[in-house]
Design a protein around this ligand. Structure first.
Ligand code: MV4
Length: 491
């Protein structure tokens, strides 16, 4: 089945390639768009056709709706896949596609709009019987109102922006004395970030886990889940490590949570691949939000279910019914994803774009690498720092961790600093090995502060070499830099 003749992929880097791979398997021609600094990027080379969308700034290129729709029309693409980030959750873009007679590979724009409001989606799901955290009934209208609600649910509480995302506008409140300030600060931040100052409050969970369910729903409303993922290991609301399934999942909890996840999708009239996010603490779970896009971490669900989620998205958008029932879907083994970012974990994760002077990608049993980089490639500084996703599959969690460690050992990226050393440390942390993670895992385990202690000389040498080669230092200077690092560690 071809579904479409030609699809435009409105994204860049690894996810653009991921989507084009699905198209190529389906015999669909691909159209890439690119910004000026991306003219030599891998996704441009991979596509059958590529068009310049505009200058480096996303608003001129990857967020330039008019231009993208124009390119789709000119190239004869019948559908647009938005990937993740950029326009993927922008209902105005989905609506504009529809109005131009182009299929947006995603849910109906009305669903995207409804799920974009945290207050609206929370209310909708509560009314449908899905567990949500106790809190304000919608928007906080006055400080008196907020005081009453907070006193009712008990401190600590959290102030959240309804239009929010990425933790922006979130304020934790320990007691009544801090409430007024937190609401004002949350409203101000939300207004400047989203142009919408609407905030709500709810009970704050101190160390929740982030557990999410992958959903697939076709245009007839046939909805299935593809099991769960654990995504608790993150830094400043950026996920770093994800795994499938969640290591603490039990058959009873999965029964309840998956049922809720499917209820969420059905309540939202959902069509497409999607993710239902929950917070979990002490045996209870609560609906957080629904992501209406293909997610970065879809790969690990593909590894344990054997289902190609990107291909399913395309089939669903073409109006095809899902080719399986819930009972046909099972999981086998365990998968982990490490996000490789061009960042220096030893320098507060400062972005470190630049030229890759040596590159060797891992391989062998159970390894999948989805990346947008290669030897000699220069990472432009204008975009997200995630450059590669290293995924491992094993028959059980232990084998998966050992394969991930082995793949990290094999992975050579020289010329930029990356999060590889951090992943080495996480994969050797005792609590991680025990599956004992939560949203404050990295800070509580002091992984970053103690990074040196986790690293073998080889990793430190590689990490140091990365920067040294980039700056064209002499070998003697590199050796000195390595020695400085090793001395620091041994202190
Ligand atoms: C929370 C919470 C605790 N209690 N809500 C962070 C981003 C946004 N999607 C929701 N977030 C949280 N909401 C209540 N009521 C803790 C977090 C949170 C978090 C959630 C998921 C993954 C990582 C996190 C890290 C810090 C805080």
């Amino acid at each position: 089945m071809r579904y479409f003749e030609k699809v435009l992929v409105a994204n860049r880097s690894e996810v653009a390639i991921r989507v084009m791979r699905a198209c190529r398997e389906l015999g669909i021609e691909t159209v890439a768009i690119y910004s000026e600094p991306d003219k030599n990027a891998l996704h441009v080379k991979y596509a059958d056709e590529a068009f310049l969308a505009g200058k480096a700034h996303p608003s001129a290129s990857y967020l330039n709706m008019e231009r993208i729709i124009d390119i789709a029309e000119k190239s004869g693409a019948e559908a647009i896949h938005p990937g993740y980030g950029f326009l993927s959750e922008n209902y105005r873009f989905a609506k504009a596609c529809e109005e131009s007679g182009i299929t947006f590979i995603g849910p109906a724009w009305e669903t995207m709009k409804a799920m974009g409001s945290k207050i609206g989606s929370k209310r909708m799901m509560r009314d449908a019987g899905v567990p949500v955290l106790p809190g304000s009934e919608g928007e906080v209208k006055s400080i008196e109102d907020a005081r009453k609600i907070a006193a009712g649910i008990g401190y600590p509480v959290i102030v959240k922006a309804s239009a929010g995302g990425g933790g922006i506008g979130m304020e934790i409140v320990e007691d009544e004395a801090g409430l007024e300030n937190a609401i004002e600060k949350g409203m101000r931040t939300a207004e400047s970030a989203f142009g919408d100052s609407t905030v709500f409050i709810e009970k704050y969970l101190k160390k929740p886990r982030h557990i999410e369910f992958q959903i697939l729903a076709d245009s007839d409303g046939h909805t299935v889940h593809l099991y769960d993922r654990e995504c608790s290991i993150q830094r400043r609301h950026q996920k770093l490590v994800e795994e499938a399934p969640c290591p603490i999942m039990t058959p009873e909890l999965r029964e309840r949570m998956s049922h809720s996840a499917v209820d969420v999708a059905k309540t939202a009239n959902y069509m497409n691949a999607g993710t239902v996010e929950f917070l979990y603490a002490d045996g209870d779970y609560y609906f957080m939000e629904m992501n209406t896009r293909l997610q970065v971490e879809h790969t690990i669900t593909e590894m344990v279910t054997g289902i190609d989620i990107a291909k399913q998205q395309i089939a669903i958008a073409a109006g095809e019914p899902l080719p399986f029932e819930q009972d046909d879907i099972s999981i086998r083994g365990h998968a982990i994803e490490c996000r490789i970012n061009a960042e220096d974990p030893l320098n507060n994760f400062a972005a470190d774009p630049g030229k890759i002077v040596r590159y060797r990608s891992p391989g062998g049993p159970g390894i999948r690498v989805d990346s947008g980089i290669h030897m000699g490639y220069t990472i432009p500084p204008h975009y997200d720092s995630m450059v590669s996703k290293l995924c491992a599959w094993g028959r059980d969690r232990e084998e998966t961790i050992s394969r991930m460690r082995r793949a990290i050992y094999e992975y050579v990226i020289i010329g930029i600093k990356t999060t590889l050393p951090l992943h080495h440390a996480i994969m050797h942390n005792r609590r991680f090995m025990a599956g004992d993670t939560h949203t404050h895992f990295l800070t509580e385990e002091h992984i970053v502060r103690n990074l040196m202690r986790y690293l073998r000389e080889e990793e430190i040498r590689m990490h140091t070499l990365a920067a040294s080669l980039r700056h064209g230092k002499e070998i003697a200077a590199v050796t000195t830099a390595v020695n400085v690092y090793l001395q620091k560690r041994n202190r």
